[in-house]
Design a protein around this ligand. Structure first.
Ligand code: C2E
Ligand code: CA
Ligand code: CA
Ligand code: CA
Length: 279
């Protein structure tokens, strides 16, 4: 009967809600001890400088292999980490690991390879964020010149406090990039107030740029803005040769994306160092 069906539907809903909550609680508990259990790792995605045709750096991207659920995407666990505050611990860990890797490359004689690390707004807004970064640099002996922090725009970014924090980070010798530029809270007028180095053009604008004229126009505008503000540019999500060519013609400084390489384990980074686009 309709009533029974309704009841069943209600029960089905109930069960899946329970499952959903159980899964979330399990993930949260798992995330709490993931570092201790050695389940976290970093994948590095190369960045190609278009003028020199060389790999000049990599982006550090967190990877989590859960003992029961297997690989869990950052788009699942990063929001959970932000919700629960666990991002602070994870963020410290990634930054430390990335700096240790920088030092290792330096010791091995791998030259001029920069590393960028994603920083959540929650992390950045911590009172002692700059001190934490400073302490990690001191502990690991990493050269700050090769470290870049990727932060995203948000409405909380345009304050004196944030600007002074960015200035302090830059005084340490670190570079700052605005990640996902153009996709979120984007005030062209306030970007000029921020002491930053690089605009990272969001991949939604690179997607289908070979056919999409409005994306072409947006990217040209961002590149012109960057030139005027004396900022470097990197396009993310470059997946094919056409997109690479268009960005090169438009004068974008760097590209990143599956066309060059997916994020790879650290052992594969050195193999990619001598990558060249041969056209
Ligand atoms: P994001 O910082 O914008 O990183 C770029 C994402 O796009 C990465 O996904 C990367 O694997 C993916 N990607 C790279 N090239 C291509 C391409 O050509 N095509 C397509 N379709 N995708 C491409 P991933 O690794 O799954 O990370 C997703 C997001 O999770 C990141 O976006 C970042 O916001 C966050 N995240 C990852 N690691 C960290 C971390 O250590 N700390 C923080 N706070 N967030 C992180
Ligand atoms: Ca990023
Ligand atoms: Ca991005
Ligand atoms: Ca993104």
């Amino acid at each position: 009967s309709a009533k029974e069906q309704g009841k069943n539907r209600y029960q089905t809903f109930n069960v899946s809600m329970d499952d959903h909550i159980t899964l979330k609680v399990n993930l949260e508990n798992g995330l709490r001890k993931a570092i201790e259990l050695n389940e976290m790792s970093i994948a590095y995605q190369p960045k190609l400088e278009l003028l020199s045709n060389e790999i000049i750096g990599v982006e550090a991207l967190l990877r989590w292999k859960h003992s029961e659920y297997g690989n869990i995407s950052p788009s699942t666990f990063i929001p959970l980490a932000e919700e629960t505050g666990l991002i602070l611990k994870l963020g410290d860990w990634v930054l430390r690991e990335a700096c240790l890797q920088l030092k290792k490359w330096e010791d091995e004689g791998v030259e001029h390879l920069g590393v960028s690390v994603n920083v959540s707004t929650i992390q950045f807004l911590q009172k002692d964020f700059v001190e934490k970064v400073e302490a990690i640099l001191k502990d690991t002996l990493a050269d700050p010149v090769y470290l870049e922090l990727e932060i995203t725009e948000s409405s909380t970014m345009d304050t004196e406090l944030v600007i002074s924090k960015l200035k302090k980070l830059k005084q340490l010798g670190i570079k700052i990039s605005i990640d996902d530029f153009g996709s979120g809270y984007s005030s062209l007028s306030h970007i000029k107030n921020l002491p930053i180095d690089i605009l990272k053009i969001d991949k939604s604008f690179i997607n289908d740029i070979e056919n999409d004229h409005s994306n072409q126009a947006i990217v040209s505008t961002i590149l012109a803005l960057a030139t005027n503000l004396n900022l470097k540019t990197i396009a993310e999500g470059v997946e094919n040769e056409r997109q690479y060519q268009i960005l090169k013609e438009k004068g974008c400084d760097q590209i990143q994306g599956y066309y060059i390489s997916k994020p790879v384990p650290v052992a594969e980074v050195s193999k990619l160092m001598h990558f060249k686009v041969t056209n």
